[in-house]
Design a protein around this ligand. Structure first.
Ligand code: NAD
Ligand code: UDP
Ligand code: UDP
Length: 340
């Protein structure tokens, strides 16, 4: 007896190119906008570890670089498209991680009109895409939606204190509109949305000269230049290592909560403390100097991550003291100055 089953003596057919295509389609197709950037490329690395995932990156290389994705160029589950998301995009995907947007103040102020177009028209296009193909979409919003916060630490229900006509508005008001669009598409069209409010993140592959504080201090310390603390130096930030951030974003996407949910590291430092830490760890001979600040600089920032802990089971693991050496190694290689 064959146990009631019909056993065929024919071997299974070789998969034809068409069957192979179908096999790939059966996998999870994920679009990452801004995937050539700092956080995006680390997210792509993590998503590619899962054999179920096919990853498509759309990026216009404004602040990102193909170099960040070089390790995946020939991979059959990976595709890279040069595309500006302020223009419509037609692809068939199941999930969209929507990160495209310059994140460093120098770059987002460089062409403010383009920044707000990326946030508004770009997000609208990604929502139109999500609607057409029925994809779930995650937006990387920012702690900047809280502006110069009057509530400390910041909880998700705080509405923020934002200047609508300042030099940072293209970014922070742009992200606020992006969040509004997400919720309107959710309510009106039933789109599955996820919103992460990301707090300051650091790690390997940050642009070396992008003006953000951790990358500035590290590059300065490596080049034997003074660390430039912008006045007054008592302003605070809380820094999350990029691997923790990526883990939080994936948990948010895979979970059942729309958010917004703060994702960041609640350990808070003044910029003077950060400078002292970098000096002590990397180059004790270096000088710390005070320089002018830019307008509308938030005086304090620290996430309340109660929601992320309860709803995503997430909290950051990597402390600043452990993260800085990981970033130092990458910066030294790229700057070309090894440890003395
Ligand atoms: P990044 O500048 O390294 O990456 C952004 C990527 O988007 C780049 O590759 C860039 O080329 C691409 N891009 C920009 N405009 C585009 C457009 N019009 N079309 C297509 N691609 C475009 O920045 P990041 O630090 O990796 O930030 C990623 C996301 O996280 C951004 O949405 C940012 O607002 C958000 N975020 C980051 C931080 C942080 O500390 N890094 C904090 C809060 C929020
Ligand atoms: N869109 C896109 N890719 C798609 C579907 C739509 O880029 O696969 C763009 C579309 O060009 C439009 C935007 O998304 O500008 C919003 O689309 P929606 O269908 O919501 O609005 P409508 O096209 O009716 O204005
Ligand atoms: N900052 C600084 N020295 C620098 C660059 C930035 O002291 O060389 C300060 C800046 O004034 C701000 C903080 O570091 O208070 C964080 O700035 P960043 O541009 O990194 O991020 P964001 O303002 O978006 O949080």
């Amino acid at each position: 007896s064959n146990g009631g089953k019909n056993i065929s003596s024919k071997p299974p057919p070789e998969p034809s190119p068409l069957r192979r295509a179908k096999f790939f389609k059966a996998n999870m197709r994920i679009l990452v906008t801004g995937g050539a950037g700092f956080i995006g490329s680390h997210l792509v690395d993590k998503l590619m570890e899962n054999e179920e995932n096919m990853v498509i990156v759309a990026d216009n290389y404004f602040t990102g670089s193909k170099d960040n994705l070089r390790q995946w160029f020939d991979h059959p589950r990976f595709e890279l498209i040069r595309h500006d998301i302020t223009k419509p995009l037609l692809v068939e995907v199941d999930k969209i991680y929507h990160l495209a947007c310059p994140a460093s103040p120098i770059f987002y102020k460089y062409n403010a009109v383009k920044t707000i177009k990326t946030n508004v028209i770009g997000t609208l296009n990604m929502l139109g895409l999500a609607k057409r193909v029925g994809a779930r979409i995650l937006l990387t919003s920012t702690s900047e939606v809280y502006g110069d916060p009057l509530v400390h630490p910041q909880t998700e229900d705080y509405w923020g204190n934002v200047n609508p006509i300042g030099v940072r508005s293209c970014y922070d008001e742009g992200k606020r509109v992006a969040e509004t669009l997400m919720f309107d598409y959710h309510r009106q069209h039933g789109i599955e949305i996820r919103i992460a409010r990301i707090f300051n993140t650091y790690g390997p592959r940050m642009n070396i000269d992008d003006g953000r504080v951790v990358s500035n201090f590290l590059a300065q310390a490596i080049r034997d230049e003074p660390l430039t603390v912008q006045l007054p130096g008592t302003q605070t930030r809380s820094f999350c290592y990029v691997a923790d951030m990526v883990d939080g974003l994936i948990r948010l996407m895979e979970g059942d909560n729309t958010g917004p949910i703060n994702i960041g590291n609640p350990s808070e430092f003044t910029m003077l403390e950060l400078a002292e830490t970098v000096k002590e760890m990397i180059n004790p001979a270096i000088e710390i100097i005070k320089v002018e600040n830019t307008p509308d600089d938030p005086r304090q920032r620290k996430p309340d991550i109660t929601k992320a802990k309860e709803l995503l089971g997430w909290e950051p693991r990597i402390k600043l003291h452990d993260g800085i050496p990981l970033m130092e190694e990458d910066f030294r290689k790229r700057i070309g100055i090894l440890r003395k």
